[in-house]
Design a protein around this ligand. Structure first.
Ligand code: GUN
Length: 284
């Protein structure tokens, strides 16, 4: 028997708890918690993500400052905006939605976000602290995955964890978090040989590839925990993950659905990180 991990439900419970804490912060300090969200261009997926992030701010009591920039914005203009927000005391967290239009140098723009306002956990300092197992702001998607595993009391100690994908946003920080939780971690990617051999050894398999239904049942060990970070469209235009859910679920002990799995957790962790940036709790 498999259990579907209900990310939407876990995220909803976390948001309620956060809402309480945020309202307590506002009561005791008389101040709002502010999150700036910058969206440049008209990427439809990014527009949906940003809309959902702003909705989550409303739900939890965070004041959002949305900056919708035209796709032809210049590097200098966006850099000046980030610098001015970085110096604005009302704003505790800054998020620049990726990908940016191609003519912009994203790395240079992200470097202007101070570590303490880096709610995405993308800065070299925050990534470095994560590698050293210290307190840092942690990238929202992998952080959300860890919260889901914790919620289900899934013990990672000594387990074989396989992460498919090595992106800066998901794969790399995910691998670090799993190492910090005492798992034995393998990171696979597009150049990995014998991908299936690695996957069938996984007690915990995390798919962050970006290809619809890429993980098939022959790649999954009996009783594995399968976490699907993907968000794709299948041949009929229906939302689906990186895992062939219908065929894989029978082999799993736990599996996350798409939608309603990792996605809602990602946004909740953004709210959580924004709360941390305002209160300074747990990070320094
Ligand atoms: N684009 C896709 N995922 C993310 C994310 O977690 N943060 C930002 N800033 N952009 C993204």
């Amino acid at each position: 028997m498999y259990k579907i991990i209900d990310g939407k439900k876990i995220a909803g419970e976390m948001r309620l708890e956060l809402k309480e804490k945020i309202s307590e912060y506002k009561r005791s300090t008389g101040k709002d918690i502010g999150l700036a969200v910058i969206l440049a261009g008209d990427n439809p997926a990014s527009q949906v993500y940003v809309r959902n992030k702003i909705k989550a701010c409303e739900e939890t009591g965070i004041k959002s400052y949305a900056y919708y920039l035209p796709s032809h914005i210049t590097q200098k203009e966006i850099e000046e905006l980030v610098i001015s927000i970085a110096n604005d005391e009302k704003i505790h967290g800054i998020l620049v939605q990726l990908p940016l239009p191609e003519h912009l140098n994203a790395e240079k723009i992200l470097r202007l976000i101070p570590d303490k306002k880096d709610v995405d956990g993308f800065s070299a300092n925050n990534i470095g602290k994560l590698c050293l197992n210290g307190n840092s702001l942690v990238s929202c998607t992998p952080h959300g995955v860890m919260k889901m595993l914790e919620h289900e009391n899934i013990d990672l100690r000594g387990k074989n964890a396989v992460v498919i994908g090595r992106s800066n946003i998901v794969g790399r920080p995910m691998a670090m978090l799993l190492i910090n939780a005492d798992a034995t971690v393998t990171v696979c990617h597009s150049k990995t040989q014998n991908l299936k051999e690695h996957c069938v050894n996984a007690d915990v398999l995390i798919a962050a590839i970006g290809k619809a239904k890429f993980v098939t049942s022959d790649m999954v060990k009996e009783g594995a925990v399968v976490i699907d970070v993907g968000m794709n469209r299948d041949e009929n235009g229906k939302l689906c993950g990186d895992v062939d859910f219908e065929n894989v679920k029978q082999k799993c002990s736990y599996i996350t659905p798409v939608p309603g799995g990792v996605g809602p957790m990602t946004i909740t962790m953004l709210m959580y990180n924004t709360y941390l940036t305002a209160t300074g709790a747990e990070i320094d």
